[in-house]
Design a protein. Structure first.
Length: 191
């Protein structure tokens, strides 16, 4: 999951930076990312078996596809939401477009981008459990194993253990992102 989120961050933030100034390009990018999120997870995993086989590769590709939209949308929204007066001030100080992006725009958009990363992480955490259906890694193995043996002595315990594991991980990631946001957001931007 960490690999999938890292790839999604690089792709979505990169695309967001490339298209946020162009309405039509941003609309196309958001539309494509939105289509990925609407594909049922079992269907996407099934479609990826033929070209990628079973296990890690289709799991990573599917999780990246599902993680793109929240990060991309929040990157575009964050960069577009910057007060034009701030950008004009930076331009007046002689900052180049690249320097404005790195020193002004991205730091101001960071809290919103990080929120998109947080949402994507929580979405993919739940979807990653379904990857067990194609021999993907994760706590989904416990869930599917328990469901497959329903009526057996420990089937419910196994299923509940997998579910609780995912819930605990989601809570831990949520706390982690709160701490990261607090530590990386300048004091004047904290809400």
């Amino acid at each position: 999951m960490a690999l999938s989120i890292a790839i999604a961050i690089v792709v979505a933030v990169g695309v967001g930076i490339a298209v946020y100034r162009h309405q039509r390009a941003a609309g196309v990018a958001l539309g494509v990312a939105g289509v990925f999120l609407t594909i049922p997870s079992f269907a996407l995993f099934g479609l990826l078996i033929a070209p990628l086989g079973l296990g890690y590769p289709p799991t990573v590709v599917a999780l990246v596809a599902y993680a793109l939209l929240p990060i991309l949308r929040n990157t575009i929204t964050g960069l577009r939401g910057i007060d034009p007066a701030v950008l004009e001030s930076a331009r007046g100080m002689g900052m180049s477009a690249r320097r404005r992006l790195l020193r002004v725009e991205l730091p101001l958009a960071w809290p919103l981008i990080l929120t998109g990363i947080r949402i994507s992480t929580l979405i993919t955490l739940g979807i990653a459990a379904i990857a067990a259906a194609i021999n993907g890694p994760g706590l989904g193995e416990l869930i599917f194993s328990g469901i497959g043996r329903i009526g057996a002595v420990n089937a419910v315990n196994e299923t509940v253990t997998g579910i609780l594991g995912i819930v605990v991980l989601a809570l831990l990631f949520d706390v982690l992102f709160f701490v990261v946001r607090r530590a990386t957001t300048p004091r004047g931007l904290r809400a």
